[in-house]
Ligand binder design. Structure first.
Ligand code: PEP
Ligand code: MG
Length: 544
């Protein structure tokens, strides 16, 4: 009997190979750096050397960004100032790195995902100050499955893809660094697998990144069945192109998420039907003052120009609370995720939203792009109505709301009566449905978008949208999981927005199933007692 461990599917596909365990082994001793500046230089040299042998463009970009972080005056200068004030260098670096990471986390989305990078940089500088060389990933010289507690960003960025067939980690969630990198490299990954290092040590594994399973010492029949499934997936992802649709022709728009100006250039090249989520926070990152209208117009125009003629969905500033933007002057909160954030920040500072809307309208006029504009974290009809009035008055006719709070999902019909469209933010919806902080690695399994309660909320939101005849899409990470995408279509979703690398697999799977199969998959989820059961029964339905 094959033993199977269950975690969260983080990067699709299947791979088989022997497990190689990474414990972050004891670091080797080296001469200690004598100052914060020397530690920063040593870390930068090391990362630059790794960048030159990065395993993918994504990996190289991450390492180059890490080099920048390691030189950042806020980090290095801040720590030096603390040392001058009498703080020991190791404590100074840790304190300043933690503060910097918090700032990034506060911005959510793409920026929040960079927060571990800064913590990692801080730890590398601490290692240099303490005279330790940071432990490298194992390089056994043969193809293997890497099994670790968690991976640091700099590790994942230099993974040798000729040797690492798949990744299994004990920690991390669907939006963790390991997950993002693995998807970029096209390596299957399963995260949040409890006890993975001990139970797989030295064993032959099959890692199923579609179902979130790790099979230990699989038998021949299972190996053959899984290999056939993988071959088919790969060949379909290569050959199916163009607009998204099911096998029987139901159109499902396949869109991309954009979080920075450089993302936009890369995303514009992808075979997609437009942008489903333009996170505008990047412009407001770590600013003491609000970017001017002119600066905003420039940035929005840069993105719109590349997508004229395609759909462009822009989200207004999602700041506040766990995303504290200094210039908003919101002050400390006891319970940030439940505080003043998203659209709620516009109650106290309506002029910030007003200026953003002016800039969006002006970029639209300048470029000929026609943005659909939506608000984050909408909870009530009154908020939806107020936002719609502001946005339309600014000359932006197509207005939407994000559905990422259970209250909005439960009453989508009433909220959608005020606006033109809705987009489900499943990352926050999972956080609020399961009362699990999305930044907390050990809560990864509660944040799994396959949690039946999350999908019940999605179903309710879709039913409300259907009653009033308004379009509803998904722009959270859930949209990037091909099998889950089929479920979402079965529930009534007709646009899916995701990282560009995920589009081909989602398109290929949808092209192989008809709408009634998607609906059967949605029904299977409704009856499943757990996220793992939901995945199992949906795959069984899709393959029947
Ligand atoms: C979400 O919550 O699902 C979402 C798309 O928004 P963000 O991840 O930026 O909070
Ligand atoms: Mg959100």
């Amino acid at each position: 009997m094959t033993d199977t461990l269950v975690g969260i599917a983080a990067s699709p596909g299947l791979a088989a190979g022997p497990a190689v365990r990474h414990d972050g082994a004891a670091d080797e001793a080296v001469p200690a750096a004598e100052s914060v500046a020397e530690a920063s230089q040593r870390v930068r040299d090391d990362l630059a050397a790794r960048a030159s042998r990065a395993s993918s463009p994504e990996g190289r970009a991450i390492l180059e960004a890490l080099v920048q972080f390691a030189a950042d005056p806020e980090l290095v200068g801040g720590a030096e100032a603390m040392v001058d004030g009498g703080t020991p260098p190791v404590d100074a670096v840790r304190t300043v790195a933690a503060r910097f990471a918090e700032k990034l986390q506060s911005l959510g989305g793409y920026f929040a995902e960079r927060a571990p990078d800064v913590v990692d940089i801080g730890e590398r500088m601490v290692a240099a100050l303490e005279g330790r060389a940071v432990a490298e990933l194992p390089r056994p010289g043969y193809a293997h499955v890497l099994v670790a507690r968690d991976l640091a960003p700099a590790d994942t960025a230099t993974l040798d893809v000729t040797e690492v067939l798949a990744i299994v980690t004990e920690q991390g969630g669907p939006t963790s660094h390991t997950a993002i990198l693995a998807r970029g490299l096209g390596i299957p990954a399963v995260v949040a697998v409890r006890g993975a290092r001990d139970s797989t040590d030295g064993q032959e594994l099959i890692v199923d990144g579609d179902l979130g399973e790790v099979h230990i010492a699989p038998d021949a029949a299972l190996t053959t069945a899984l290999r056939e499934r993988e071959n088919r997936r790969r060949s379909r992802a290569r050959t199916v192109t163009g607009p998204g649709r099911t096998k029987d022709g139901e159109a499902v728009k396949l869109l991309v998420n954009v979080g920075t100006l450089s993302d936009a250039s890369a995303a514009a090249e992808a075979d997609s039907e437009g942008i489903g989520l333009f996170r505008t926070e990047f412009l407001f990152l770590a600013r003491q003052d609000e970017p001017s209208v002119d600066e905003q117009v420039e940035a929005y125009s840069h993105v719109f120009t590349r997508f004229v003629g395609r759909r462009i969905v822009v989200r207004t500033l999602d700041g506040g609370s766990d995303k504290p933007l200094p210039f908003l002057g919101l002050g400390d909160e006891e319970n940030p995720a439940l505080g003043v954030r998203g659209l709620r920040t516009a109650v106290g500072r309506p002029e910030v939203l007003e200026r953003q809307l002016v800039a969006l309208a002006s970029a639209a006029a300048r470029t000929g792009g026609q943005p659909w504009v939506m608000a984050p974290m909408v909870s009530t009809v009154a908020e939806a109505k107020w936002f719609a009035a502001q946005t339309r008055a600014a000359g932006l006719p197509t207005v939407g709301i994000m559905v990422e709070v259970p209250a909005a999902a439960l009453r989508s019909r009433q909220l959608l009566a005020e606006v033109d469209f809705a987009s489900l933010g499943t990352n926050d919806l999972a956080q609020y449905a399961l009362a699990a902080d999305r930044q907390q690695g050990e809560l990864g399994s509660l944040l799994d978008p396959w949690q039946p309660a999350v999908l019940d909320l999605v179903a309710t939101a879709c039913a409300g949208a259907a009653q009033i005849g308004r379009p509803i899409g998904v722009c959270g990470e859930a949209a990037a999981d091909p099998a889950l995408a089929a479920v979402l279509v079965g529930l009534g979703v007709r646009s899916l927005s995701m990282a560009p690398v995920a589009v081909a697999d989602v398109r290929a799977l949808l092209a192989d199933v008809d709408l009634s199969t998607c609906q059967r998959a949605a029904k299977a989820v409704a009856e499943a007692p757990s996220a793992a059961d939901a995945r199992q029964s949906v795959w069984a339905t899709l393959q029947a």
